[in-house]
Design a protein around this ligand. Structure first.
Ligand SMILES: Cc1ncc(COP(=O)(O)O)c(C=O)c1O
Length: 489
């Protein structure tokens, strides 16, 4: 709506003012002076009070008292405007520039729109799979959706077997258990990751050793891995497994990492929680290790609201995983257990959601890649930003668009983070490396070079909103904030 459509001056009659109110449906008029300067807001109630005081419908607004209205000044942030709206319980607020001219009238419905980092994006098919589960009363345990989801995912990534579980974390835990990791064992793990990659090592009573990233992929550095193996060999303490994390939708350099691990005969667990849909040299990410893990957490590229999948070409391992994930029940008519198991399986309802989501995986990958490219292209003139690199061998899903701010730049991460918060846009620093976490402060750590690459990525890195359901307008809002911060330096 044009500003002039709800602006009136003191020469209009009360009847005309009421008619404008009626037409705009905003519940608010803006009273402006002859020369367009903002005077005050006028509501239904203000006009009603004039009528009750005996002013006639045909009289003008001359007698309307002068009051201080609640206004926002041009340039105020979304957060400041919303705080004002909340403080005064109002749904519209005029915006006034330095000259006192009305420049906008903001609506709470528009202002109160937060942009989140990555939210669930449902397709069309999920409901029918879930309804089928309800219709057949296959609510729990397990059921046809679980079997089909496992098969469909395995076919999609080109692996022999899959076990659907309650979370990616559960899948990592099972993988460690399947590889017999236990008390006194060491497990190498990428440092630049979410705590769920390494915490299961501790669940098993083993000790994590953290490995730095390389700059070219932000994933595990083969060089740092080699250093860790040399050290372990010297100490006579070889790791039982290596957890390689594929960060933000991008595979690690699997050939280089496999070469090293195979040389020492140590199996890889590929934490592909963030990289379903990505490929490495044309092969699906998550299918390179002895065991691979995907997550269907609500923020992932596809979701079951919460869930995970353990995959492997070794069907015996998958069979054992299913056994362990259902409380390790021995084949007996009564409840008998010869091993400690877990309650880690996925429900038939959630697997129905997963089946629907798998159908749109390719669309979601394309959408996230398009968002990454839009950021990259729209901000290509801003030299302070380095985008997460995508090596030749990688086809990243760009699950999250990640970038770093150049060290010598006058823009600082904290300024960007503050600006995004003020505009109600959720962004996150790059993962805080595990070797810097208080809980892992005593853990051993091997760097890529003299300096730690992951420390740097954490210090200078930011993840931008990347959900496949972001609108063009949302992405433009994010870009505008970056431009605004850059314009101030
Ligand atoms: C790298 C990584 N590993 C593991 C997980 C754990 O997955 P979940 O949340 O499904 O337990 C996540 C995400 O949450 C992750 O980002």
């Amino acid at each position: 709506m044009e500003l002039k459509e709800f602006s009136v001056n003191r020469h209009v009659t009360i009847r005309q003012a009421l008619e404008v109110l009626e037409q705009t449906g905003l519940g608010l008029l803006i009273l402006v002076s002859e020369n367009g300067l903002f005077e005050r807001t006028v509501t239904d109630g203000d006009l009603r009070r004039l009528l009750l005081q005996g002013v006639a419908l045909s009289d003008t607004l001359e007698s309307l008292p002068k009051i201080e209205s609640i206004v926002a000044t041009e340039g105020a942030t979304r957060r400041e405007i919303l705080d004002l709206m909340n403080l005064y319980s109002i749904n519209h607020i005029p915006v006034i520039n330095q000259q006192g001219l009305l420049v906008d009238v903001l609506d709470r419905k528009v202002i109160d729109q937060q942009i989140l980092l990555s939210t669930p994006h449902m397709g069309d098919a999920e409901k029918s799979f879930v309804e089928e589960a309800f219709r057949t009363n296959w609510i729990a345990p397990l059921g046809p959706n679980v079997d089909a989801f496992e098969q469909e995912l395995a076919d999609l990534v080109g692996i022999k077997g899959a076990a659907a579980v309650s979370s990616g974390t559960a899948a990592i835990h099972l993988a460690l258990r399947l590889l017999d990791v236990g008390v006194g064992d060491f497990v190498f793990c990428s440092t630049l990751t979410f705590a769920a990659s390494s915490n299961p090592i501790v669940y098993q009573g083993a000790t994590p050793v953290f490995i730095d990233s390389e700059d070219t992929s932000w994933n595990m550095s083969p060089y740092a891995l080699k250093k860790a193996f040399y050290y372990a060999e010297k100490q006579g303490k070889m790791p039982k497994a290596v957890i390689v994390v594929n960060l933000y939708g991008q595979s690690a350099d699997m050939d280089a990492l496999l070469l090293i691990c195979n040389q020492y005969d140590v199996p890889i667990i590929e934490d592909a929680a963030e990289s379903l849909g990505a490929t490495y040299k044309g092969k699906a990410s998550g299918t390179f290790g002895k065991l691979g893990v995907y997550s269907f957490n609500g923020n992932k590229i596809i979701t079951t609201s919460g869930g995970g999948m353990l995959v492997s070409d070794n069907l015996d391992l998958i069979e054992k995983a299913k056994f362990l994930a259902t409380q390790a029940r021995d084949p007996a008519p009564h409840y008998q257990h010869s091993e400690i198991g877990f309650n880690y399986r996925m429900s038939n309802i959630l697997a129905g959601v997963g089946r629907g989501q798998l159908k749109v995986l390719e669309d979601r990958v394309n959408a996230r890649r398009a968002i990454f490219h839009k950021y990259q292209q729209s901000l290509s003139d801003i030299k302070s930003i380095n985008w997460m690199p995508e090596p030749d061998w990688s086809y990243s899903t760009h699950w999250l668009t990640a970038c770093t701010i150049k060290h010598d730049s006058e823009i600082k991460n904290v300024d960007l983070l503050k600006a995004f918060m003020a505009e109600m846009i959720e962004v996150r620093p790059v993962w805080k490396p595990m070797h810097l976490q208080p809980i892992y402060k005593d853990a051993m750590y091997f760097t890529h070079g003299d300096k730690s690459v992951s420390d740097d990525l954490f210090e200078y890195g930011i993840c931008l909103p990347s959900g496949s359901n972001l609108s063009e307008i949302d992405v433009d809002r994010v870009i505008k904030v970056i431009r605004k911060v850059c314009a101030t330096i």
